[in-house]
Design a protein around this ligand. Structure first.
Ligand code: ZN
Ligand code: ZN
Length: 242
């Protein structure tokens, strides 16, 4: 294996594009395939930052809020994702307020791995939070994925490879690949349950290479990176904003 190949990983840019997806589609910001008899994800509000600038005058400390459907990815469209047996859709939810979490200041995230065949009757209406930070609220997009090979960011490479003339790590919304370190890094995260080194599974980007941004913004126009455990995606995830 060439030295360059060692630092290559497969990646998929989701490549969002304004559209009108249904719950049966992969999308960003569209309707979620959610069964009527299952409680919708809910944030208890205990980590809300009461000074949330987008909601002046509203007391949101300890106020429970529904999560917002942010990303839905079907296995048939994105077989690269580590779907646990018996699941074929990954649903990503954001609580679209500022949270003072241990490692980050931003929206909170929930992942749901679902078997679409088991959803018989859909929820009639998705709960909507009474207040949201506009910067975390996605626009509605269909996806036109672009598959490519991504090379490690210079921060992740050993010193003698740091100046190599490799393509830049993408800051777009993507599956897999490498972390686009900007203000921090490089960092490694261990699974809090089993100690295995986590891998970046999904990154939500402020700036898409296409210029068709989702109009959300993380940190200082950076990325919200979601790291999962390679042993078990149900182990606790790590969120990192860069
Ligand atoms: Zn919340
Ligand atoms: Zn683990």
């Amino acid at each position: 294996m060439s030295i360059k190949a060692e630092w290559a990983r497969p990646a998929v840019l989701l490549n969002p594009l304004e559209g009108e997806p249904t719950d049966a589609d992969s999308h960003i910001g569209g309707p979620m395939l959610w069964p009527i008899d299952e409680p919708w994800p809910w944030c208890d509000g205990s980590r809300h930052d009461p000074r949330s600038p987008g909601v002046p005058g509203q007391d949101i400390a300890d106020v429970g809020m529904p999560f917002v459907g942010a990303v839905q990815l079907y296995q048939r469209d994105f077989p690269e994702l580590p779907f646990p047996d018996g699941t074929d859709v990954l649903q990503v939810f954001l609580c679209t307020l500022h949270h003072d979490l241990d490692d980050i200041y931003g929206p909170d995230v929930r992942l749901v791995w679902r078997d679409s065949a088991k959803v018989v009757e859909l929820i009639e209406e998705e709960p909507e939070p009474p207040v949201q930070e506009e910067i975390y609220t996605p626009t509605i997009n269909v996806l036109e994925p672009i598959r490519f090979t991504e090379y490690a960011h210079s921060y992740d490479r050993p010193e003698h490879l740091r100046d190599a003339d490799w393509p830049e790590t993408s800051s777009g919304t993507k599956i897999g690949g490498w972390t686009c370190w900007w203000q921090t890094g490089p960092m490694e995260f261990q699974c809090r349950e089993c100690g295995t080194a986590q891998r970046q599974m999904l990154s939500l980007g402020t700036s898409e290479p296409s210029g068709d941004n989702v109009e959300w913004s993380f940190g200082r126009d950076g990325n919200l990176n979601i790291f999962t455990c390679p042993q078990d995606v149900h182990h606790p995830v790590t969120l990192h904003i860069d």
